[in-house]
Design a protein around this ligand. Structure first.
Ligand code: G3P
Length: 216
């Protein structure tokens, strides 16, 4: 499973990319607002750091407006894919953008049927929001499992991005289910690296190395 970073924060992106594990970045208007940066400039900068797929979301609600905005966003960099919220207008836009060769990430997916429709319209990615489903008492991971199964059953090329990830278990479960990608907030990535036994192990090795007078 590929790891994308779910942020528009340049410092977080630079840091996580330096770990060698980030294959792409997803943003949305909320994350852009947190980063307090100019939209196009920020997306360009992210693309220069990551050199992999970067999602930027449209703001229009009608298909014509979505297509126009998507064309503008995709001109920023060849790595940009355009986030389109699932809706009837969104499906129309995905269909058109797919014909134009512009990659799309159908976002705000909360059911497997929504993902099936987005994939059928030609979406490059579908993004089920796990955490937000869990928040409402539903099982977000069940939706991911259904989507993975459906796309596999019918040999869709659409990739599944497990999104709205809140903790390391979400990443683990998405990987076990065969999601193609998990887009992970920086704080969750940090937690994934850590384990108390690793810290204890390093401490013990260092103490023993000192006792043995080891030098490299
Ligand atoms: O990629 C979508 C994600 O950013 C939504 O996450 O935590 O706002 O539900 P969250």
């Amino acid at each position: 499973m590929k790891i994308f970073l779910d942020t528009a924060n340049i410092e977080e992106i630079k840091e996580a990319v330096s770990w060698g594990i980030v294959r792409g970045v997803t943003t949305n208007p909320t994350l852009m607002n947190r980063a307090k940066a100019d939209y196009a400039t920020s997306i360009k900068e992210i693309c220069e750091i990551v050199k992999g797929p970067v999602s930027a979301e449209v703001l229009a609600q009608d298909s014509e407006g979505m297509v126009k905005e998507a064309q503008k966003l995709s001109e920023i960099d060849k790595h940009v894919n355009v986030k389109i919220p699932i809706s009837i207008e969104g499906l129309k836009a995905i269909k058109e953008l797919s014909a134009l060769g512009i990659k799309t990430n159908c976002t705000l997916i909360f059911s497997a049927n929504q993902a099936l429709l987005a994939a059928s319209a030609g979406a490059t990615y579908v993004s089920p929001f796990i955490g937000r489903l869990d928040d409402t008492g539903n099982d977000g991971m069940e939706v991911v499992a259904d989507i993975v199964q459906i796309l596999e059953n019918y040999d869709f090329k659409t990739e599944v991005i497990a999104a709205s990830i809140r903790h390391p278990m979400h990443v683990l479960e998405a990987a076990m289910l065969g999601a193609d990608i998990a887009t992970v907030p920086f704080a969750v990535l940090q937690k994934m690296v850590q384990h108390p036994l690793t810290d204890r192990g390093i401490k013990l090795f260092l103490e023993d190395a000192k006792k043995a007078g080891l030098k490299i």
